[in-house]
Design a protein around this ligand. Sequence first.
Ligand SMILES: Cc1cc2nc3c(=O)[nH]c(=O)nc-3n(C[C@H](O)[C@H](O)[C@H](O)COP(=O)(O)OP(=O)(O)OC[C@H]3O[C@@H](n4cnc5c(N)ncnc54)[C@H](O)[C@@H]3O)c2cc1C
Length: 405
Amino acid sequence: MQRRILVIGAGFAGMWGALAAARLIDLHGGDIEVALVAPEPTLVMRPRLYEENALSMVTPLSALFAVTGVRYIQGSVETIRSEANEVAIAHADGIRSVLSYDALILAAGSQLFRPDIPGLREFAFSIDQLDDAATLEAHCHALAQRPDTPARNNVVIGGGGFTGIEIAAEMPARLRGILGPDAAIRVVVVEQAPEIGPDLGPGPRPVIQQALRDLGVETRLGSGVAAIDADGVTTAAGERIETNTVVWTAGVRASPLAAQVPGERDRLGRLMVDRTLRAPATANVFAAGDTVCAATDDAGHRSLMSCQHALLLGRCAGNNAAAQMLGIEPIPYSQVRYGTGLDLGPWGAVQTMGWERRILTFGAEGKVRKRFVNGELIYPPRPDRAAAFAAADPAPSIAFYAKPV
Ligand SMILES: Cc1cc2nc3c(=O)[nH]c(=O)nc-3n(C[C@H](O)[C@H](O)[C@H](O)COP(=O)(O)OP(=O)(O)OC[C@H]3O[C@@H](n4cnc5c(N)ncnc54)[C@H](O)[C@@H]3O)c2cc1C
């Protein structure tokens, strides 16, 4: 009887997981189906959702799945029953079904965490998912129809981390394009930590501060957003900022499906896994991307909710799920080398290397690299079986990431 590897999610981790599993089965033979369930057969380019034209940030995957023999199932997994090796799926037409698996790869990504701040759910926009970014963009365009008031011209970004900085740096030019070059635009980042980019550390901070200053982006540090309403934000320090546009960026959590797999989780709800990316409390559940907290090296570093990690985690999880079923040696996941590229809008970008985030390059030069990553590096392979399988092999990526720079 045909056995099945089931992948949940068509993001960076899920797509590469399915391709890597299909590749290994192709190499070694075996009557094993690779099936992937996701709401759409598309890859949403989530790292680009701070850019303009949000609705263009999506790449079709049907042709790629067809040539590589990955069976796509449209739907959303509601329940994982690991004790029974099955999942319950809700399909777009309202029908529900149950699908069994011999190995499962959880790659359902993450979601923005919205804390219990008054007005946040009702009034704040986000750029977390494709629809969120498109809604924000439509709202920004509609601002042009409103009277010229501070509330129309001001934008407040909730959270001064990676995503908050990227969208803040974009906003002045984007709003000037919509409201006109003379509009009195103010963009204010409200961050409860005492420093901008608290998780980015001190390395790139001077560059970020300089870029935000040059772009005219204001910051309110050491004081979080306390309340949001239709016309403004009140900070914990008691400041009132009139605005019709609040963009919430602070905090992300793993897909709630991660909580349905037996085992330990970290504070972001991510599954703790062994070096093969298997949840140790299960025999056959692997995880990748934003749903997993995996050791990247022997120095105590852990994977981040980042594309950089999802791309290799996916390849390894897919390879190892197939390896387990084929009875061959898995490839231990490792990703020693780590770098970051932070977009700073028209000012440029800053590229860092290492976990301490030493600056490698910034400004226009940094932007060239960021454009390459966003416009090429993270895109799926073309729908060609041999090329896709070659790209899905985890070994070259593991070798590339083997040494810190
Ligand atoms: C605005 C923004 C900027 C970012 N910038 C960067 C950056 O510069 N660099 C970087 O490295 N990372 C960046 N990231 C993070 C990066 O996008 C994520 O780490 C990456 O997308 C994780 O990949 P993933 O495959 O785990 O999840 P995702 O890409 O989120 O994919 C999840 C998949 O699972 C599917 N899914 C979800 N729930 C279910 C379900 N119940 N059933 C079936 N399918 C389901 C989704 O539809 C999707 O197909 C950014 C993220 C955002 C939002």
